[in-house]
Design a binder for this molecule. Structure first.
Ligand code: ING
Length: 312
């Protein structure tokens, strides 16, 4: 048994006016709860330190950059790293990263139990658009404010397990999990900020959004025989509702813990990393069953092309 007791630290809304200190204090409170419940690792959401600012159209880069972190850890987050190290708890969380050479990413990091960063991921699948869209009931400007991630999908050895990171929209793409599955991943940590409604299709509400969110993570877990921890930042941010629905999914795709609220809420589950092994050695023994010679389109094409040559 290689059991890691994992806390999924769902966060309620971060308002535009909230300070980093206000937000980090809430994260530390969740971390203390996790320590009291024996957690070894705690996962926080995407863009945990701020409101989901890509919903706002901004033209002044200086204003945009107020939502970004110039270093990690930094003065605002050092108390979080210090508390995690004090508890001996590994953490992961997402934030907006501004690199010293001026690149901007939607980023997530993973630490070991001593508070050292052992993994960094920059979001590859950026949803939304890059210019103001008057047709939308609200904006989703991740393509405006972030560059696509440049680090790929990686897996790191941490706490005697193979761990990987992805972020929000990445969870909807099977390639995300398979890239990590082909590295033997046993634990995928992902945060998300998912609007409760579709800005382009009024009939898609929170129920369908929650269904798609769980479907995607359950499939990814099952098809790669890995644990998947999906952690929401939910609730009403400045009048914009986001789904909650954080889950812990086991390597057979079963949801073993699910958030009941859309606020700050800690899910805790003892996750045995050895539970990944049977699936990897049988139904998803990739070396015995996969046929990459027939998968050329998956990396050879970007968009769909019908047999009569029509690009969709
Ligand atoms: N948010 C959403 C997500 O992928 C979205 C955007 C929602 C895209 C629903 C498509 C359908 O969960 C982020 N931040 O990626």
């Amino acid at each position: 048994m290689r059991t890691i007791t994992i806390g999924a630290a769902q966060m309620g809304p971060n308002q535009r006016a909230d300070t980093r200190a206000d937000i980090v204090a809430r994260m530390i409170a969740l971390l203390d709860q996790a320590a009291a419940q024996g957690c070894d690792l705690v996962a926080f959401p995407e863009l945990a330190l701020t409101t989901f600012f890509p919903r706002w159209y901004m033209q002044d880069q200086a204003e945009v950059d107020t939502w970004f972190e110039h270093a990690m850890p930094n003065a605002a987050t050092q108390p979080l790293f210090d508390r995690a190290r004090h508890h001996g708890i590994a953490i992961s969380f997402g934030y907006a990263e501004l690199t010293p050479d001026g690149h901007r990413y939607n980023t997530s990091i993973l630490t070991d139990c001593a508070g050292q960063i052992v993994g960094k991921y920059r979001k590859i699948h950026l949803p939304g658009h890059d210019e103001y869209d008057p047709e939308r009931s609200f904006q989703h400007l991740e393509k405006r404010y972030f560059e696509p991630g440049d680090l790929g999908f990686n897996v790191w050895r941490n706490m005697d397990a193979w761990m990987g990171l992805c972020i929000c929209n990445d969870r909807r793409w099977p390639e995300t999990y398979r890239e990590m599955g082909l590295q033997g991943v046993e634990l995928v940590l992902l945060g998300y900020n998912t609007p409760s409604v579709n800005s382009q299709a009024g009939d898609e509400g929170p129920e369908k959004r929650l269904f798609h969110s769980e479907l995607s993570m359950q499939a990814g877990a099952y098809q790669n025989s890995t644990w998947v921890i999906g952690v929401a930042k939910g609730g009403d941010e400045d009048g914009h509702p986001m789904i909650a629905g954080s889950v812990i999914v086991d390597p057979e795709g079963q949801i073993v813990a699910r958030a009941q609220t859309d606020g700050d809420e800690l899910l805790v589950h003892p996750c045995d990393m050895d539970a990944c092994t049977f699936g990897k050695q049988t139904i998803f023994d990739f070396k015995r069953h996969r046929r990459p010679e027939h998968y050329g389109r998956i990396t050879g094409q970007v968009g769909a092309i019908t047999p009569d040559g029509k690009a969709l």
